[in-house]
Write a protein that binds this ligand. Structure first.
Ligand SMILES: Cc1cc2ncn([C@H]3O[C@H](COP(=O)(O)O)[C@@H](O)[C@H]3O)c2cc1C
Ligand SMILES: O=C(O)c1cccnc1
Length: 351
């Protein structure tokens, strides 16, 4: 970071106000009462502006799942053991996870990036290896990441976006896998929003009430340990985040710079998105929000991002699954915008 400007401080791509205005005008001419397609109209207008197109399109979609382990698991904050992270990466590689099924069904490209797990994954070929260590350090006692690890993870996110852009993708979805990462996301969210651990600790993979209270206590200890060092968003991310959260944050900034719209998933993804917006405020314009997670802190994060999520299905999986589930609606928004007849074309009175 010394000397030259870091890549994440470069400007984001410009969006076309002209295409946005044209799209808004077209929506008012389509054969329906103005505004009657609700959020589908807004999404088509936003995409037209982002893509500089009269006819927005999200047929070609990249889903990148970032995986990493978390030292804070030592505090007993997840219902599942740490070994599940690497085991799920193997499951992704074999095609058996929820996000594999969603990607196949949606005809989306799926890539898995291993950022470092306690169990070895060297023998897994169908994965991009960008290992930063065997997992983060336990942030109750020390910073989760060294500066080099943070930058390595950030770059891994950027590189995934570079590959997606080179392959002609029109939309980017970041997903994650990392046992314990609802605790990391909650800690980061506390630092970024100033809200209390009681508002951001939730069940994650299925903690009971006692477990959630313990998780809030762990968060309080972590925030105490790092007190006075959490004002800078990048430093908060280094101290409290995770490899996969940092990679998603880097990916969101790089996507805005590359002019690639992103569809954000749930609680973990939104904590990365909020960090990205705090580091690079104009990146917000490139974000759409797929769903509202059942993890209780997600509502607070969506408010901080001034975001309206498309779906509320009670999902709380991660992996990018909520964003992938919303993708058909985004595609429908485009088809409606592009293919409906106008009042003039159909000879219908515009009212
Ligand atoms: C089998 C399995 C598959 C998953 N896929 C995503 N997650 C989700 O759950 C984890 C976060 O929850 P916590 O903080 O409570 O550990 C992350 O890995 C997240 O992606 C999974 C969790 C499990 C158990
Ligand atoms: O909303 C999420 O991203 C989420 C919630 C619970 C567990 N894993 C992920």
């Amino acid at each position: 970071m010394n000397g030259s400007t870091p890549w994440w401080e470069a400007p984001v791509a410009s969006l076309s106000e002209e295409h946005k205005a044209k799209a808004r005008d077209r929506q008012s001419q389509l054969t329906k009462p103005p505004g009657s397609l609700g959020q589908l109209e807004d999404l088509a207008i936003q995409l037209a502006g982002l893509q500089h197109l009269d006819r927005p399109c999200v047929d070609r979609v990249q889903i990148s799942v970032f995986a990493g382990d978390h030292g804070v698991v030592a505090e007993g904050i997840s219902r599942f053991p740490q070994s599940v992270t690497a085991a799920m990466v193997r499951n992704f590689a074999a095609g058996g996870a929820a996000i594999n099924v969603l990607a196949r069904t949606l005809d989306a490209a799926l890539e898995v990036i291993n950022l470092g797990t306690v169990d070895h994954l060297d023998d897994v070929d169908a994965v991009v290896h960008c290992v930063q260590g065997p997992g983060t350090a336990n942030f109750v006692h020390e910073a989760a990441m060294t500066e080099a690890q943070l930058l390595g993870a950030f770059d891994a996110g950027r590189d995934s976006v570079t590959r997606a852009k080179a392959a002609g993708m029109q939309l980017f979805v970041a997903g994650e896998m990392g046992i314990g990462n609802t605790t990391a996301a909650a800690a980061l969210a506390c630092a970024l929003t100033g809200q209390s651990p009681d508002d951001l600790a939730g069940p994650g993979t299925g903690l009971d009430e006692t477990g959630v209270r313990h998780k809030a206590e762990v968060l309080r200890r972590a925030l105490g340990c790092h007190q006075g060092h959490l004002d800078e968003p990048l430093e908060a991310l280094r101290r409290l985040g995770g490899f996969e959260i940092a990679a998603m944050c880097g990916a969101y900034i790089a996507a805005a710079q590359a002019g690639l719209p992103v569809l954000i998933d749930g609680f973990i993804s939104s904590s990365a998105a909020l960090a990205a917006v705090r580091i690079c405020p104009p990146a917000r314009a490139w974000m759409m929000f797929g769903h509202s997670s059942a993890e209780p802190g997600h509502a607070l994060l969506l408010r901080a991002l001034q975001a309206d999520a498309m779906l509320d299905l009670g999902m709380r999986l991660g992996e990018g699954s909520g964003a992938a589930t919303a993708l058909p609606l985004l595609r429908l928004a485009c088809h409606l915008h592009n293919e409906m007849a106008t009042f003039a074309e159909a000879g219908v009175a515009a009212g």
